[in-house]
Design a protein around this ligand. Structure first.
Ligand code: ADE
Ligand code: ZN
Length: 350
């Protein structure tokens, strides 16, 4: 809970989460339980003492030194996911937790390449996630979408092959958009042009991690070369006024993840993030959890961290949440419902 008296208001806001990796919501309890059930051997404590227990693993998570240091644990963690029911349990646990934080709509990333490379069928992954989405809609009234990510540390041709496999599900809407994640530096957006421009031609939504560890030039490239409609993290716009203005003019949404940026040492403190600058300049952004099981907080913890750091007004939060709703990849009808929920919260809070 944040230190602020606004906590109840922040909890009640109808949040849209646009930037969370479903595999990054794998809590250590479930990780160890699935490893035992599926007979997956994790690194032994002599190889890596972090795997001694839940508490040593959680303690190691608090000492990430970089994106790659985190990704090492992220990919080991997801290796315990084998059956459709494992994927369903993972996603349902996230939706339940998100509901408690006041999430109304969630657009979640997933990484098929990390599963198919281990011999898990693409259909296994999709069937587990879609089962969880249906249950979350029924149990919590949370609407959700899937966004498939190309892993940029792997050859672009492998990402392209995976994207092609997803096209039928993208055409039916089972998958709502294409994303680009994993090691940013050295893997610029333009390497993935073929997949992204094909996705644009077919009318699919597109986003890419850009401006997390790398500079604003990756954000400009994401916009100009692969024609994204959102940029994930996107904390580097202040490095170039003209790129920032382009983001404002084209209403490109930035999906920020404050606690992630601190945990992965992109900034020392949430105070250093350009939240106030983006609000003043009219850059649209949402606030998200990225990999909540690894970064010590879900979406409401991220809202609270921003409130503690920037002391925003209720009016400013209304703008953030309205922009999050409008920047979502859901139907106009769902947006209208969420705007009504927002207006209700604003009315009751004055
Ligand atoms: N995959 C999961 N979390 C990520 C992050 N923060 N940046 C890039 N790729 C990721
Ligand atoms: Zn991310």
């Amino acid at each position: 809970m944040c230190k602020d008296s606004m906590h109840e208001f922040l909890q009640a806001l109808p949040k849209c989460e646009h930037h969370m990796h479903i595999e990054g919501s794998l809590e250590p309890e479930l990780l160890f339980a699935l490893a035992a059930r599926n007979k997956i051997s994790l690194p032994s404590p002599s190889e890596d003492p972090a795997f001694e227990s839940i508490s040593t693993l959680l303690a190691r998570y608090r000492r990430f030194t970089s994106l790659d240091d985190f990704l090492h644990y992220y990919f080991i963690g997801m290796s315990v996911l084998i059956t459709p029911s494992d994927f369903e349990s993972l996603a349902y646990a996230y939706f339940k937790r998100a509901h408690a934080d006041g999430v109304a709509h969630a657009e979640v990333f997933f990484d098929p390449q990390a599963h198919t490379a281990r011999g898990i069928a693409y259909e296994t992954v999709i069937s587990g996630f879609t089962a969880a989405q249906k249950r979350a809609l029924h149990d919590f009234k949370i609407t959700s979408e899937l966004i498939v990510c190309i892993l940029r540390h792997l050859p672009a041709s492998e990402g392209e092959e995976m994207y092609r496999q997803c096209i039928p599900d993208m055409e039916t809407g089972v998958i709502k958009g294409l994303g680009l994640s994993s090691t940013e530096k050295g893997n610029p957006p333009s390497l993935f042009k073929a997949s992204f421009l094909d996705a644009e031609k077919r009318g699919f939504h597109r986003t890419a991690h850009a401006g997390e560890e790398a500079g604003v030039e990756y954000m400009a490239e994401a916009l100009h070369e692969i024609h994204v409609q959102r940029a994930d993290h996107g904390i580097k716009l202040v490095e170039d006024e003209s790129v920032m203005q382009e983001f404002v003019d084209k209403k490109i949404m930035v999906t920020m993840c404050p606690l992630s940026n601190v945990e992965l040492r992109c900034v020392k403190h949430v105070r250093e993030l350009p939240i106030r600058k983006y609000l003043d300049a009219g850059v649209r952004f949402s606030i998200n959890s990225d990999d909540p099981a690894y970064f010590g907080g879900y979406i409401l913890d991220n809202y609270c961290a921003v409130q503690d750091a920037f002391d925003l007004s209720k009016k400013e939060w209304e703008t953030i949440v309205r922009n999050s709703i409008e920047g979502s990849w859901c139907s106009q009808q769902r947006k209208t419902e969420m705007i009504a929920l927002l207006e209700d919260v604003m009315r009751k809070s004055t």
